[in-house]
Design a protein around this ligand. Structure first.
Ligand SMILES: Cc1ncc(COP(=O)(O)O)c(C=O)c1O
Length: 360
């Protein structure tokens, strides 16, 4: 019987859903939504905060500041409340009301940036605001999930070893790519432990993380409009991209069988099922990571009007498609960059990517 006294002490690390009854093809879905922050971001947030404390960057008078439109903001709000830090979450209009209210209920301050930056959009505007606040007061500590190595180390130390323990004969691992913290932590772990696990990154169409043109993306969690600084493609065997319509179909298909998962889980499941179908991989042991659960998506992915207006009425029928026809991107290791990626300007929190106190 687990008994805890701080919320970050509990995380269900050993729960998998076997999707063979739903898809007719075996895929074990590792459920990361069962903790008090409700998502996989609990692990990155905990590791980033504890590393900053160990390094003396975070002290009792510090004010945490972070750009997040969702799960990391909630996880940091929870940890800040538990440890007695102040936390300012910088977000934008895409942050849904429930998430903002959750952060405020946990005692955080939420700032919604008004405009966009011409090169860098809403994310650029959020980062500009974070930098301005850090320049104005050296009590601010920016953990910078996009550049902080503690983000991927959390998954190197916790997520990947848990999967390796549960599946000693694992063949393929599917991981969604946002900041790429989860992907890089898992990929590094399996490469360094010399386990022959094929690592497949799953991204959204419209994300530039693995090349390709930027386009509208409405479902948060996966995909980037700038190249993720943590991404080292030499550790990734393959990347596939999924259309958001297929993400929604997969979510609604799982929900119809009683599993209400978050949007990015639909992307990962759709990408994984497409890959498994193309490779006729019935004998392979395959695992995919499900970052959160579905409550935060009730007014989007699970709301008929929203889905119909964005993707068309046929997406409402989750059985319309057996598995997402995910699009292979290219073999990793390739250093070819699209023009968009080269042109994106990205200034990390510090040259080493570590959090820093005050002005950068
Ligand atoms: C719902 C959801 N899915 C996927 C991800 C991607 O994880 P990572 O940032 O480790 O790539 C995130 C990250 O915030 C998320 O919130």
């Amino acid at each position: 019987m687990p008994v805890i006294s701080v919320p970050q002490a509990f995380n269900e690390e050993e729960l998998y859903v076997d999707l063979s009854a739903i898809y007719g093809r075996s895929l074990f879905l590792k459920c990361e939504g069962f903790n008090f922050a409700g998502s996989i971001k609990l692990k990155a947030a905990t590791e980033m905060v504890e590393t900053a404390e160990r390094e003396g960057i975070l002290t009792p008078d510090s004010i945490l500041i972070e750009s997040s439109s969702g799960n990391l903001g909630v996880a940091l709000s929870m940890i800040a409340a538990s440890k007695g830090y102040r936390f300012l979450c910088v977000t934008d209009s895409r942050c849904n009301l429930a998430t903002r209210l959750m952060m405020e209920a946990l005692g955080s301050q939420v700032h919604i940036v008004a405009g966009q930056r011409s090169n860098g959009g809403l994310l650029g505007a959020r980062l500009d605001y974070v930098r301005a606040m850090c320049a104005s007061d050296d009590r601010y500590v920016w953990l910078s999930q996009y550049t902080n190595p503690a983000n991927w180390k959390a998954h190197y130390q916790r997520t990947a070893p848990a999967i390796a323990r549960a599946f000693p004969k694992l063949d393929v691992l599917f991981v969604g790519a946002g900041t790429t913290g989860t992907l890089m932590g898992c990929a590094r772990y399996f490469r360094e432990s010399r386990r022959p696990v094929h690592i497949v990154a799953v991204d959204s169409v419209g994300s530039v993380s693995f090349g390709g043109p930027p386009a509208r993306r409405m479902i948060p969690g996966l995909g980037m409009s700038v190249r993720p600084p943590l991404l080292d493609e030499s550790f990734v065997d393959e990347a596939v991209r999924v259309e958001e319509a297929d993400t929604v179909r997969a979510c609604r298909r799982l929900a119809k069988r009683g599993f209400l998962f978050g949007g990015s889980t639909g992307t990962v499941v759709s990408g994984a099922m497409g890959w498994l179908a193309r490779h006729d991989a019935r004998d392979l042991t395959a695992v995919a990571v499900a970052p959160d659960l579905g409550e935060r998506y009730l007014d989007t992915v699970y709301q008929a009007n929203w889905v119909q207006a964005l993707y068309g009425a046929d997406v409402l029928d989750p059985d319309g498609q057996a598995a997402g026809p995910s699009e292979p991107v290219r073999s990793p290791g390739s250093n070819t960059r699209s023009r968009q990626e080269r042109d994106d300007s990205w200034t990390p929190a510090s040259p080493e990517g570590r959090p820093r106190r005050g002005a950068w």
